[in-house]
Design a protein around this ligand. Sequence first.
Ligand SMILES: [Zn+2]
Length: 89
Amino acid sequence: MGPIAGHALNALHRQARRKITRAELPRTEPVDAHAQYGSGRACALCGTPVSPDELEFLLYFDHPWTGRAFGMHQRCYDAWAAALGRREP
Ligand SMILES: [Zn+2]
């Protein structure tokens, strides 16, 4: 991974931690998850639409997030998961 990619990942990681702190993203394991091709909706982490040629990870959570799906780019999912401390990017 080059320095530019590493920098972008660090930025995503920081953004993920910030959103978790502000309760804009869950800090718990999803109860259900699947991947699909992008729907064009804005990513829950970076806000950029997930285009149809990219994978979108859809995550579902229990209360207080019940009924809401969080769609993220694969790299954003990885950054969010890393921010939870489950694994390193
Ligand atoms: Zn994203």
